[in-house]
Design a protein around this ligand. Structure first.
Ligand code: CP
Length: 314
């Protein structure tokens, strides 16, 4: 079933059917990727432009591989080396990309709302690949997919998201996505990085999302533990006493993880600060699905591109 939308900007307005549609399509895409020649002609004749105005490894490379596996033409634009450096405005850049014949633009930008601006100014599809602190919808979808591949169902699972929730677009999109799929979402972290109103993020309700600053209590019996990157670049804001203290209270260690369910999944969107939010022995240990998240990113992004572009004229 195609998505009844032209753009993927935010996960907050995704319906349950849309989640299911992406997750089911990603299963087929993963089968394509497991073939000796992992390429299908589905998007032949379509042009995808990856516009990344902020650093990225996983998201940029996986959107590029996803487009190529579907036989689309894919080009990459970074702010460095583009006419943005000569002072071209963002809107003029969008118009230029449109004039060059893009069918879909994947946009990462440091400012929240940049993908909405692109969607208003482009007649082609726009996919948000991370905008400021606001959202990272394709990450949320690949996180759901990774969990679903292991558990079969997300409804009723206890999901703990721990760390710098305040500055995390991954957390914002993940909270919505897991809550919409019926999971019990627990947020943990230092009070300075975990605003009290975040328990009302979804539908303004208490109860769907809970805050538990004590990580040992939060992690008790958890099915999924997702550590967030401590954004060291924000340390100058004085929101953390120091990184050693953070690691002691909110770092994921094997001792801490032993409080979770014995089949618990350990996730991290990357890039990781090993020894701070996650200890090296668990980062690639028996519970870790962190490299699977990266691999699944390609199949899920193939599903997104396919569902947005299939059926549109070449
Ligand atoms: N998870 C994530 O967005 O990683 P990148 O910044 O490497 O794309």
């Amino acid at each position: 079933m195609p998505l009844h939308r032209r753009h993927l900007i935010d996960i907050a307005d995704f319906s349950r059917d849309e989640f299911d549609s992406v997750l089911e399509t990603a299963v087929s895409m993963r089968q394509v990727l497991e073939r000796p020649i992992s390429r299908v002609p589905t998007l032949r004749g379509k042009s995808i432009v990856n516009v990344f105005f902020e650093a990225s490894t996983r998201t940029r490379v996986s959107f590029e591989l996803a487009g190529k596996s579907l036989s689309a033409d894919v080009v990459n634009v970074a702010s460095s080396g583009s006419s943005i450096e000569k002072g071209e405005s963002l809107i003029d850049t969008f118009h230029t990309i449109q004039a060059l014949g893009a069918d879909l633009v994947v946009l990462r930008h440091p400012k929240a709302g940049a993908p909405d601006l692109a969607a208003r100014n482009l007649s082609c599809s726009v996919v948000n690949a991370g905008d400021g602190l606001r959202g990272h919808p394709s990450q949320a979808l690949l996180d759901l997919f990774t969990v679903q591949q292991h558990t079969g169902d997300i409804e009723g699972l206890k999901i703990v998201i721990v760390g710098d929730v305040l500055h995390s677009r991954v957390a914002r999109s993940g909270i919505w996505a897991f809550a919409r799929m019926g999971a019990h979402v627990y947020l943990s972290g230092p009070p300075t990085l975990l605003p009290p109103h975040f328990n009302k993020l979804v539908n303004g309700d208490d109860g769907i999302v809970r805050i538990e600053h004590d990580l040992d209590r939060a992690i008790d019996g958890a099915d999924v533990v997702m550590a967030l990157r401590i954004q060291k670049e924000r340390m100058h804001l004085g929101m953390l006493p120091d990184l050693r203290e953070y690691a002691r209270r909110w770092g994921i260690t094997s001792t801490r993880l032993s409080r979770a369910d014995r089949r618990a999944l350990l996730m991290h969107p990357g890039p990781m600060n090993q020894g701070i939010e996650i200890s090296p022995d668990v980062a690639y240990g028996e519970h870790s699905v962190i490299t699977e998240q990266v691999t699944n990113g390609v199949a899920v992004r193939m599903a997104i591109l396919y569902l947005l572009l299939a059926g549109t004229p070449a």
